[in-house]
Write a protein that binds this ligand. Structure first.
Ligand code: BG6
Length: 479
């Protein structure tokens, strides 16, 4: 824990991520008393801005709520922050930033520094090396937070990794995958390893299939330039959904420290065979009369693009626990609803005494409205002997109504301040993740696989239900 003093430098301070996530999360932490006593926050970017403009931008997405002292807290928080502009690829600019940081730190004894890189990959290495060469604080704690995309495939990710490793030690690097900061994702370990009940049935003998679903009700509007280069598989599946999968599937770690957890995640990832094209369904949304299709996005350069905005991919884990169990990952933009969930479907009961008994399912809803619920079968109350599928339901906002669930970024920045790597991606983990996805990504691109069309606002391509059924998912109990 950095108890004493810290300077947080937000690189890319004028960008969207800083405005929407980094600064509001820092404010959230400040407001709740989680920033070290002596904290200074410096925004750095190329844009020239005066103080008023900087304050206007950084506070735009902060939610102050009803609390009477929120405004006071915000004023205090803003007193800790300042902005400095300069280039990303010129030594002179970095030297200038170093002088500025020294000036802000004044005669403080502990010059610990946290560098938050909220910038696109094109400038990433310039920034990391500028920081290392000129702004690194020798003899003190230095931490650098970096955001995906970490490369585009195994090769580019390794190249990036090698270059970063020349600049920073692995324990100084925090690769953010913000899904690891989400409450329900963090709950996975507790649920699995603090309940004898789940531990006993968590295997191929009892589980038929696992589905991890990511649905967004909006398209790539305005982000077409970025998205078209990456596609849905790189955007959310290789990282967010695979991270969730590894927490569902890994063996029990020997402890709750970062290395024990990450060791187990890497082990299970290495048991996953690269995903095959025949186990994939790709889609791209088209307009629905009201909302434009993907290809009509103004920010898109290549109007003939085959880029998938939807994918369903099935992974298999070759180990004693999971042999034969399909892990179905589904992700899509411009769908009918916002929903991210893990759905664990159990096998049919033996000797179906009550005829067509629906399968049990354990569902962890990551968002919106965090919940854990279990579908189980109950006698229809009253004079009937029919079986009724019911829910054992732990919906957070009902059960824990007075608790505020922190934003994922808030939780993760706090982990960085505490020096806890548990919820960050290790280099070998990233490597293992790319090995699973790189062959299929290359094949899709080489063969120019045509995605299936689906309408903006629909459930996805028409073949989706048949596809998941092929891998054993039984929708008969779906409500
Ligand atoms: C980002 C992706 O990593 O995650 C976006 O680049 C996606 O395309 C976002 O919208 C989803 O995050 P969340 O927290 O809104 O589910």
């Amino acid at each position: 824990q950095l108890n004493g003093s810290i300077t947080i430098v937000v690189l890319g301070a004028s960008g969207d991520l800083a405005k929407k996530k980094t600064f509001p999360s820092l404010f959230g932490l400040y407001r709740n008393g989680f920033l070290p006593k002596e904290t200074r926050i410096i925004g750095y970017a190329r844009t020239k801005m005066d103080r008023d403009e900087f304050v206007k931008r950084t506070t735009e997405h902060m939610k102050l709520g009803e609390s009477p002292d929120a405004k006071k807290k915000l004023d205090e928080f803003l007193k800790l922050t300042s902005y400095h502009n300069g280039q990303y690829n010129e030594d002179a600019s970095w030297e200038d930033l170093a002088r500025y940081v020294e000036k802000i730190e004044g005669d403080t004894k502990q010059k610990n520094r946290l560098f938050y890189v909220a910038l696109p990959p094109s400038v990433f290495l310039d920034v990391a090396s500028g920081v290392r060469k000129h702004v690194y604080s020798d003899g003190f704690v230095n931490r650098i937070v970096i955001e995906k995309p970490f490369g585009k495939d195994l090769e580019s990710s390794r190249e990036l990794g090698t270059n970063i490793a020349k600049l920073f030690k692995e324990d100084e690097i925090y690769r953010i995958d913000h899904y690891l900061g989400k409450e329900m994702v963090k709950n996975l370990m507790t649920l699995r390893f603090a309940n004898v009940l789940f531990g006993q049935i968590w295997d191929s003998k009892n589980i038929d299939n696992v589905q991890i679903t990511f649905k967004e009700p909006f398209g790539t509007e305005g982000r077409g330039g970025y998205f078209d280069e990456f596609g849905i598989i790189r955007d959310v599946m290789q990282n967010h959904l695979l991270q969730v999968l590894s927490l569902v599937a890994m063996e029990r770690p020997t402890g709750t420290d970062a290395e024990s957890i990450r060791d187990e995640k890497v082990k299970v990832l290495r048991c996953i065979e690269p995903i095959k094209l025949e186990n994939a369904l790709l889609g791209q949304y088209v307009g629905n009369g009201e909302k434009p299709g993907y290809k009509e996005d103004d920010s898109l350069k290549n109007k003939n693009t085959n880029c998938p905005t939807f994918a369903a991919l099935v992974a298999y884990i070759h180990n004693e626990r999971w042999e034969g169990v399909p892990f179905i990952m589904k992700a899509g933009k411009a769908l009918n609803e916002p929903k991210v969930e893990i759905r664990i479907q159990f096998r049919n009961v033996s000797g179906d005494l009550f005829k067509d008994t629906p399968r049990n399912e354990l569902v962890l809803r990551i968002q919106p409205s965090e919940a854990v619920y279990m579908k189980f079968n109950n006698k229809h109350p009253g004079l009937s002997y029919q079986t009724l599928q019911s829910d054992l339901d732990l919906t957070y906002h009902r059960r824990y109504s007075d608790l505020k669930i922190p934003d994922a970024y808030e939780a993760l920045i706090l982990d960085v301040l505490r020096g806890d790597h548990s919820n960050f991606v290790r280099d070998d983990e990233l490597d293992a993740a790319w090995k699973i996805f790189t062959p299929i990504l290359h094949e899709i691109e080489q063969k120019q696989v045509q995605p299936k069309e689906y309408k903006y606002g629909s459930r996805g391509p028409a073949d989706l239900d048949d596809f998941v059924r092929k891998f054993g998912y039984d929708r008969s109990g779906a409500q």
